[in-house]
Write a protein that binds this ligand. Structure first.
Ligand SMILES: O=C(O)[C@H](O)[C@@H](O)[C@H](O)[C@H](O)COP(=O)(O)O
Length: 223
């Protein structure tokens, strides 16, 4: 794991966007199309704003969320809506979107079609992840009913997850798919998440799911 500390959040977002642009550009020189996986949540918006206007062959980039809450795009909790508002703008507007939501009553009903869609774009080339203070990443939550299955080497690429049993239904990329990416970046801010990340580095993924992807990750942090 490489840990990079930035003097402030503005510099963090600028330098991380530059790293991602470089990794994506490298992948585009090797492949006709590249797959870029990104988080939802409240932290990555500024990186998306910067990335949306960097010089890349965006029509050859396919974007897939790390995870999605099982809500339609008109719901304020939708990560897909976040991407449309903050990343699929400017030069990045023509990038492809690999869906992680389908209009079915439950995630389990939508999974087969979504798995087909994601599988056609594996392995991931560049992954940006967030992390919660509980050391979850994507929707791989400590204590989730099927976390063991989502961490297993033979996990399917996507699984339905619930944070704690009856929690909000979500769909998440699983640990082996995230770990197999050519470049893995983790974006965290604040002292609490730094402490949580340092703790996660000493724990098993069953207790700290982010530990499943730390080994080859580049962690980007500012206060
Ligand atoms: O759907 C989501 O919320 C994300 O994919 C999730 O894994 C996120 O990265 C962490 O929960 C951190 O979220 P914040 O950036 O809001 O702290």
């Amino acid at each position: 794991m490489e840990f990079i500390e930035y003097p402030d959040r503005e510099m963090l977002m600028l330098r991380l966007a530059s790293c991602l642009q470089s990794d994506l550009g490298q992948a585009l020189r090797r492949n006709d199309r590249v797959t870029f996986s990104v988080p939802g949540g409240t932290t990555p918006g500024p990186v998306f704003d910067i990335l949306s206007d960097v010089d890349l062959d965006w029509p050859r980039v396919d974007v897939v969320l790390n995870d999605e809450r099982w809500v339609p795009e008109d719901n304020p909790r939708s990560n897909t809506a976040l991407l449309r508002a903050r990343l699929f703008q400017n030069r990045a507007a023509p990038a492809g979107l690999i869906p992680l939501y389908a209009d079915t009553p439950t995630p389990e009903d939508g999974l087969p079609g979504l798995i087909d869609g994601v599988s056609a774009h594996l392995p991931l080339d560049v992954v940006l992840l967030g992390m919660g203070v509980d050391m979850h990443t994507a929707s791989l939550f400590p204590g989730a009913d099927n976390l063991t299955a989502a961490l297993a080497k033979d996990a399917p690429p996507l699984m339905a997850m619930r944070a704690d049993g009856a929690g909000e239904p979500r769909i998440t990329l699983t640990a082996p798919v995230l770990r197999a990416a050519m470049h893995v970046h983790i974006l965290i801010t604040g002292a609490e998440k730094r402490a949580a990340l340092e703790r996660a580095a000493t724990l098993d993924p069953a207790e700290a799911p982010v530990a499943a992807v730390l080994a080859d990750a580049m962690v980007h942090w500012a206060e």
